[in-house]
Design a protein around this ligand. Structure first.
Ligand code: AMP
Length: 434
């Protein structure tokens, strides 16, 4: 795919060409058409994926088209520029970087952009705003200061971008963001970018975005060829047994395992340890010291299995991590892409295996829809799914994060059966995994 096919103006293409971009990155391929169509967007993409051009280029295109319609040679622009796009970023570094990119891409357009952030004198920013800008890139706190000083009018904004939304929440900007949004016109296009999708981010997205399209890419690849993905269907009650078996039989020495809850992470780490696999859990309830130690032990090979929740795994950079296991599928499909993106980095091969029970088939479907391809299934003899087990309604977590007690008792298996299968698997009687 080339940039030419995206419907961008020749002046924008020229600027991109001068940046030596030869083809759009995956996030650009997915986000640019959505943004040009005027829809809201929820994009799962980290810095490094080319996301800035992903929202910057279509914003410039739309703004340029609007200018062509309203400003003709015979009738040049009247009055001062009215703010068209507001881009909010968590840090001054990011704001500055976005501003630089927007300036590069708009080099041949009659578009004025400005970057404002705190920690520096507000007066020069107020002076620059006086002349009017088309695109404002801002950190939330400083933007509010400027609004309170009547230095910026947000009533004309047509496009709002929240970049690194997860970081903005982490940094406590939620109230500032809401105050800014309250000052924007109701009718506008909203674009949200986030590396991860926690419950807080989902809640924020729900209040800001209207029927958004969602797109997702992992850092180095979009569900890349470097990562071999598999689904292993298995009954919920036999997941741990299967996991221990797979680790043992395949001699995985370093495997990152995702669970949905902190409770689940602790519990699984304990069980794996009982199975003779050195394991540790990292999650938000553990102290920073404990997390750092667990990670160090994992990296230097003292721990074979690191069990993590989505949030805890954020920012984990483990070089050459060969295996990722989704012990439970994430509730939000985008998180799957981020999870598997922990392996297969920097040209290395990686394998991501999802253990999927009957209750998770809907989640699997939405993941396959997101990555736009089916994930191949593998089987292990002796771990076939029991067709008598039916899907259960999603269980509510208790206050402590522990799953609520099972209401339905599965009488199809006797304890003896279970013991047998444990014994067999621990002796590796079953040998076929793929
Ligand atoms: P970002 O994720 O927006 O911070 O971009 C990461 C880096 O990729 C920046 O240095 C961009 O200049 C660069 N970049 C963005 N789009 C492309 C592209 N299509 N081809 C090559 N480099 C790109």
């Amino acid at each position: 795919m080339s940039f030419d096919s995206l419907g961008l103006d020749a002046k924008i293409l020229q600027a991109i060409h001068e940046q030596n971009y030869t083809e759009p990155t995956p996030i650009q391929q997915q986000a640019i058409p959505v943004i040009l169509s005027g829809k809201d967007l929820m994009a799962s993409a980290q810095t490094g994926t080319g996301k800035t051009a992903g929202f910057g280029l279509p914003i410039l295109q739309k703004l340029h088209e609007m200018q062509l319609k309203t400003v003709t040679k015979a009738e040049p622009r009247k009055g001062k520029r009215r703010l068209y796009a507001l881009i909010l970023a968590p840090t001054r570094e990011l704001a500055a970087q976005i501003g630089e990119n927007i300036r590069d891409y708009s080099r041949y357009l009659a578009i004025r952009s400005l970057v404002v952030f705190g920690g520096v004198s507000i007066n020069p920013q107020m002076m620059k705003l006086r002349g009017g800008v088309d695109i404002l890139i801002a950190t939330p706190g400083r933007l509010l200061d400027l609004v309170h000083q009547n230095a910026v009018d947000l009533s004309s904004v047509k496009v709002l971008v929240l970049d690194e939304a997860d970081r903005m929440l982490d940094m406590g900007f939620i109230h500032d963001i809401r105050r800014v949004i309250a000052k924007l016109p109701k009718k506008r296009q909203n674009l949200m970018f986030s590396a991860t999708f926690s419950d807080d981010i989902k809640a924020l997205a729900q209040t800001i975005l209207k029927s958004p399209e969602s797109v997702a890419v992992a850092k180095t690849n979009s569900a890349s060829e470097q990562i071999t993905q598999y689904v292993h269907r298995v009954d919920k009650r036999r997941k741990r047994e299967l996991l221990s078996y797979l680790i043992g039989k395949n001699q995985w020495q370093q495997v990152l395992i995702f669970t949905r809850t902190k409770y689940g992470a602790n519990h699984l780490a304990e069980q794996l340890t009982k199975d003779g696999i050195k394991a540790s859990a990292i999650h938000g309830n553990k102290s920073q010291g404990a997390r750092t130690k667990a990670l160090a032990d994992f990296k230097n090979g003292q721990i074979r299995a690191l069990v993590a929740t989505d949030i805890a795994a954020r920012g984990l950079d483990i070089e050459l991590l060969p295996y990722v296991v989704n012990y439970e599928l994430p509730q939000v499909a985008e998180d799957y892409v981020h999870r598997i993106g922990r392996t297969g980095r920097a040209q290395n091969q990686g394998q991501a295996i999802s253990l999927v029970c009957i209750d998770e088939l809907a989640q699997l479907k939405s993941i396959e829809k997101l990555i736009k391809k089916p994930i191949p299934e593998i089987f292990t003899q002796g771990f076939e799914v029991d067709p008598r087990i039916k899907a259960e309604p999603v269980k509510k977590a208790t206050a402590k994060g522990a799953p609520a007690k099972r209401r339905r008792v599965d009488k199809t298996r006797t304890p003896k059966n279970n013991q047998n299968s444990m014994k067999q698997s621990s002796h590796h009687t079953y040998s076929k995994t793929n």
